[in-house]
Ligand binder design. Structure first.
Ligand SMILES: Nc1ncnc2c1ncn2[C@@H]1O[C@H](COP(=O)(O)OP(=O)(O)OP(=O)(O)O)[C@@H](O)[C@H]1O
Length: 274
């Protein structure tokens, strides 16, 4: 259903994404991991057409989406909704209106200007908020919510588009471990219950292992690992992160653990390294 072939992005002389190829045959929850600058965001942004690719093919359900323009491009962007690390909500606007913004693509300019939403859309927005456990905050300003709640509002806004794919660019990087867990569970549930494909850039290994069916590791713009969580051993992770023998998985962890656990994990990793 998704085929990426030779996908490349150059920023001047810098190869941000270098000849990336992979296929996905069924909707999955995929985690992309790698150190800062590995090309993860650029890949997602090319998929959503926020960044133009330099070369390659990105075919979804048999159609290359990279050359799409105008209405067809906007339709594709609505098929693969994107959520961001910083939520990108309108802070002073209430939660329901933020969610209804997800319907902008299918409404007239006039309706948008005057905030006119069909009743059915409002009901749908509340239902989605309910599903994500935040309907009780529907009337509050977005800025009054916790980070995890705001990210769930952003997910609700994405769901209003009824997307086939959800692209999440570091969705939990600004959240504390409890909120991070709630957001990842919400994404996993959307995948499990609706069959939507989720592709998430994640900066922590344990999150990718815990929630994803497949993990793609990027390093210097290239795919250096593509496999299951079980195949992602500490040695492989060390390769992906370009780290030395002192590599510690605990340093990339958002798990809810106390210091004692982290120290124990670091000792275990050090032992593996020896
Ligand atoms: N708009 C841009 N103009 C120039 N260079 C860019 C631009 N966007 C990204 N890059 C470069 O492309 C490379 C890949 O960046 P990218 O943001 O995709 O990496 P990343 O893996 O998502 O990292 P991070 O986790 O820090 O966001 C980096 O070298 C970055 O500096």
């Amino acid at each position: 259903m998704l085929e990426v072939k030779g996908l490349t992005k150059r920023f001047g002389g810098n190869l941000a994404v270098d000849n990336v190829s992979f296929r996905v045959d069924r909707p999955m929850m995929i985690g992309i991991i790698g150190r800062s600058g590995a090309g993860k965001s650029t890949f997602l942004r090319m998929m959503n057409r926020l960044t133009e690719a330099s070369e390659g093919v990105l075919a979804f359900e048999g159609r290359n989406v990279l050359p799409l323009a105008g209405k067809a491009k906007r339709e594709w962007q609505s098929t693969c909704a994107m959520i961001f690390q910083q939520f990108n909500l309108v802070p002073r606007m209430d939660v329901v209106s933020n969610v209804l913004h997800g319907t902008l693509g299918r409404r007239s300019t006039l309706a948008t200007m005057f905030n006119l939403y069909p009743e059915s859309d409002i009901h749908q927005a509340i239902d989605i908020l309910d599903r994500l456990g935040i309907a009780q905050h529907a009337e509050k300003r977005a800025e009054a919510l916790s980070g995890g709640q705001q990210q769930r509002v952003a997910i609700a806004r994405a769901l209003m588009q009824d997307p086939k794919v959800i692209l999440a660019d570091e969705p939990i990087a600004s959240l504390d471990p409890m909120n991070a867990q709630t957001v990842m569970e919400a994404l996993r549930r959307i995948h499990d219950e609706d069959g939507r494909m989720v592709i998430a850039n994640l900066h922590t290994l344990d999150t990718a292992r815990r929630y994803c069916d497949r993990i793609i590791g990027m390093r210097d713009g290239r795919v250096v690992f593509d496999g299951t969580p079980a195949q992602l051993t500490t040695g492989v992770a060390r390769d992906i992160y370009g780290a030395g023998a002192d590599f510690s998985e605990a340093a990339t962890s958002t798990e809810i653990r106390d210091h004692h656990d982290i120290e124990a994990a670091e000792i275990r990793n050090a032992e593996v390294a020896i």
